[in-house]
Write a protein that binds this ligand. Structure first.
Ligand code: ITT
Length: 195
């Protein structure tokens, strides 16, 4: 089957292609360059549905969208759905991560716990599905690594041998086998059988 991936984030496109190739190699994922809807939801689920509905309506094909971010326990779950614009109206990853580290500067382990969350919406005509993937970890005390995007340089996933690394220090293959996005996609594969 064919499916449209409703994202303008090239890092997400790359990750989805790798994840889909590993889990559903028969599925053809098509990019979306149509109009970008206003993401005015306040939850991951609302925004994922807004993006998937827009792409499905524009293309007439089943559409997938990811809305994702980092949820920091000491900040009551923020930045959450506001992760992309945490430090202002520009999507500036360096400014976002610097602000988050600053907000956590007085908070020591074990209170630096956080989760990466990916909500994927699948819209196929009238049918809508939503799944979630959660990747638990903690915030590093300083940024490290060159890989990935967004908050990857400050997120240290749980369950690693010491010295624990940030996601930006992981390979793309390691990230795509473990990430919140991979977990959400695996949850979706059962639903994708019919496509
Ligand atoms: P689209 O809406 O076009 O898909 P976007 O980047 O604007 O792209 P979101 O609105 O979902 O996507 O914002 C997600 C933000 O959360 C993203 O800009 C990063 O700051 C952060 N984020 C999400 N997934 C991440 C990951 O795997 N690694 C690091 N940061 C991530």
């Amino acid at each position: 089957g064919r499916i449209v991936l409703a994202t303008h984030n090239p890092h997400k496109v790359e990750e989805f292609h790798a994840i889909v190739a590993a889990v559903r190699p028969d599925l053809e994922v098509i990019g979306y360059d149509g109009p970008e809807p206003i993401e005015d939801g306040v939850t991951f689920t609302e925004n994922a549905l807004i993006k998937a509905r827009a792409a499905a309506a524009h293309t007439g094909l089943p559409a997938l969208a990811d809305d994702s971010g980092i949820c920091v326990d000491a900040l009551g779950g923020a930045p959450g759905a506001f992760s992309a614009y945490w430090a202002g109206h520009q999507k500036d990853a360096a400014a976002n991560t610097a602000l988050l580290l600053d907000q956590l500067s007085d908070i020591a382990d074990p209170r630096r716990t956080a989760q990466f969350v990916s909500v994927i919406a699948l819209v196929d005509g009238e049918t809508e599905h939503v799944v979630e993937g959660v990747w638990p970890g903690r915030l590093a005390t300083e940024a490290a690594g060159e890989g990935g995007f967004g908050y990857d340089p400050v997120f240290v996933p749980d369950g690693q041998p010491e010295p624990a690394r940030t996601v930006a220090e992981w390979s793309a293959a390691e990230k795509n086998a473990a990430s919140h996005r991979a977990r959400a996609f695996v949850a979706l594969t059962e639903l994708l059988r019919s496509l």
